[in-house]
Design a protein around this ligand. Sequence first.
Ligand SMILES: Nc1nc2c(ncn2[C@@H]2O[C@H](COP(=O)(O)OP(=O)(O)OP(=O)(O)O)[C@@H](O)[C@H]2O)c(=O)[nH]1
Ligand SMILES: [Mg+2]
Length: 244
Amino acid sequence: MEKEINKLKATPLRKDEEEEDAYCDFFKVVLVGDGNVGKSSILRSITGLPFIENYDTTIGMDFGVFCMKIDDSVIKLQIWDTAGQETFRTITRVSYRAAKCVVLVYDKTSQESFDGLSSWMEEIHSNKPEKCHVYLASSKSDKEVESEVEKEEGAQFAKTNCQYFAETSSKTGKGIQELFLRIGKHLYLDKKKLSKEELSQIEDLKSSSILLRDSISMKRPSPPTKNGSIKISKPPAAKKSGCC
Ligand SMILES: Nc1nc2c(ncn2[C@@H]2O[C@H](COP(=O)(O)OP(=O)(O)OP(=O)(O)O)[C@@H](O)[C@H]2O)c(=O)[nH]1
Ligand SMILES: [Mg+2]
């Protein structure tokens, strides 16, 4: 899968660049993680909004759309930004519904946010749909001096628990677009594979129903006799009707 994803070329699209008649696929992506780790800043960055230094905690939920072009298809990621604060956990759980990818975010300058990842993984696995990828992203990579978590630690955690790891900074934009283009390519390939599987399942169904039809209409020959000839059985004698 990794090779196939890397082979694909995805180009970000601005809203005004979307072609009216292009085939369009929507996928839901959810950002989760502790409060203050930088989820809303990631959403702002990928949707082209400027970085804000002030911390304005998310209440409930927010979302934005990021579009890209892969082959001849337009892929739209509907990105849900959840509230990290414990008080909103019940609302956050609702957002997993129909998600195709969850991005778990921790703050590189906060060991505490990294230590919380295992409990987030439990939360994700008990709420996400079966076929939903889990990506890991660290934030605030521009604050190298204040870093409390090494890049390798994040990569190691992702190796055993997630499908991809990205170091990001919403302040500089580092790693943000690559992350979402990667998600788009991954989901695009999933969809293509699924369509192929569905087609082959239809073909299988078709051929098995033909076989079934043929076997029903075919007359079973009598078992061969010892010398190899086919024994033709006599029609059953007509029941004598008579009086007693
Ligand atoms: N230097 C730097 N600061 C960042 C970065 N990302 C976020 N911040 C800052 O971190 C604080 C929290 O960012 P938010 O994006 O609001 O965090 P959040 O995860 O959405 O928080 P909740 O909504 O409470 O869950 C803000 O003051 C941001 O300016 C980054 O990449 N670099
Ligand atoms: Mg927020």
